[in-house]
Design a protein around this ligand. Structure first.
Ligand SMILES: Cc1ncc(COP(=O)(O)O)c(C=O)c1O
Length: 414
């Protein structure tokens, strides 16, 4: 993080030209995390006697083309969940066979786009298999199952296994799923599962329970599956007290299970993972300004221009992001709530934070904002989404423009 702050300081005048707030991404960290994923892939692949391991970066975490270009240069693949993500993936040079379309509850028009684009689809309910099968019998598909275990995730809204989730086909419905697949002569080539978003070392065992459950289900119900996709969820530390995910430990546990599975299930050709947050999260900082400071009812409130429209995670999931001042000037230490400029009580980016008393005009940094930051940003209350900037040692590059009143008004029919 120190290096990223140094880059911000080196380039401050230039960054400020792009307006405030602004998303900043440290390219060195993006490259490092992508390489770590490549190593993880190779580590497992080396153990599997010719069975492929592929990592598909999930642009739902951050779909900026400059990030996707780093991913493709390092030889990773990509997934997509919407026509826009598909279009961006293709413009970034991913080949059809490097793209997996993971969707839920889509309409026939979107199915047509996927079919006509020759992209492998992963469907996530019997109802969607029925719709696809009627339109495109005798085609290749993947299906998302719900392995039924407790799942993993930083908030109940992002846990996607077990009884409470909208995703996938649960074990008891697999016989009906197989009938539907047969009815339309579909080639079910792959099984997918995703247990939720963000686990660290303390949840590796829960993650592995989900993996074992998924592999057991494949063995019990499905024949001739070629691809098993184990989804994403690889976490990063948001708090100082948290440690990075031990990828070697995770790989060593996966190798045992996947090898044993492959020894018994001979049609398997490939394991996939769909990693989102891990690649861009720690590279991103959301930089903003302090606009107001007040103390009401014995509580300090630091009012910034970073609203829930720019970063929704704290108000949506109660997520923790480290928040610091770029250059603390006042030595007085206070405890404060740090909030944005949106007219909502929930528009708070950090509660009960200890920091140097800021002054109006100070620059404030929200750390670990590279994943599910810009990609979840909105124009709520008419605020523009920020610019995105790539950070280098002594220069910057604009990689997405800030919204303007004109761009935000573009689709209004007056
Ligand atoms: C189907 C699917 N795959 C992959 C991901 C990426 O997850 P993460 O960013 O936690 O790695 C998600 C996000 O929740 C997802 O829904």
């Amino acid at each position: 993080m120190e290096n990223t702050i140094k880059k911000i300081k080196n380039n401050l005048q230039e960054i400020m030209k792009y307006g405030s707030p602004v998303y900043l991404y440290d390219e060195d960290i993006l490259i490092d995390r992508t390489k770590q994923m490549k190593q993880f892939k190779e580590n497992i692949e080396n153990e599997l006697n010719g069975i492929l391991v592929n990592i598909h970066y999930s642009p739902k975490a951050n779909n900026n083309p400059k990030i996707l270009k780093i991913v493709t240069e390092e030889g990773l693949y990509v997934d997509c969940m919407s026509p826009l993500e598909l279009s961006i993936n293709r413009k970034c040079g991913f080949k059809n066979e490097e793209i997996l379309y993971v969707c839920n509850n889509i309409d026939k028009e979107e199915m047509k786009l996927i079919h006509d684009s020759n992209i492998l689809i992963c469907l996530d309910s019997i109802s969607q298999v029925e719709t696809w099968g009627k339109l495109y019998p005798n085609t290749d598909i993947m299906i998302r199952i719900n392995p039924g275990t407790t799942g993993v995730g930083h908030d109940e809204k992002v846990i996607t296994s077990g009884k409470e989730t909208k995703f996938g086909v649960c074990e008891q419905n697999i016989p009906e799923l197989l009938n539907t697949v047969k009815k339309y002569d579909l080639n079910l080539i792959g099984i997918h599962q995703h247990l939720g978003s963000l686990f660290l070392d303390d949840k590796i065992d829960e993650y592995m329970d989900g993996v074992k459950s998924g592999l057991r289900i494949v063995k019990k119900y499905f024949k001739n599956i070629k691809i098993i996709d184990l989804g994403g969820g690889f976490g990063v530390p948001y708090k100082e007290s948290e440690k990075p995910l031990n990828l070697d430990l995770l790989a060593s546990k996966l190798k045992v299970e996947l090898k044993q599975f492959a020894d018994e299930y001979l049609s398997i050709k490939e394991f996939k993972f769909e990693i989102g947050r891990f690649i861009p999260c720690e590279a991103g900082i959301l930089m903003g300004n302090v606009n107001a400071i007040k103390c009401e009812n014995d509580t300090y409130w630091i009012g910034t221009d970073i609203g829930m429209n720019e970063l929704v995670r704290p108000s949506m999931y109660d997520s923790y992001h480290e928040i610091t001042l770029l250059e603390p000037r006042n030595t007085q230490i206070i405890e404060a709530n740090i909030c944005g400029n949106i007219c909502e009580s929930g528009d708070i980016i950090g509660k009960n934070r200890t920091l140097n008393l800021p002054s109006v005009g100070d620059i404030i940094l929200v750390h670990n904002a590279g994943a599910y930051g810009y990609s979840m940003a909105s124009n709520y209350t008419g605020r523009p989404r920020p610019a995105e900037i790539m950070l280098y040692d002594n220069s910057t590059k604009l990689i997405r423009k800030r919204d303007t009143i004109e761009s935000m008004e573009e689709n209004i029919v007056w």
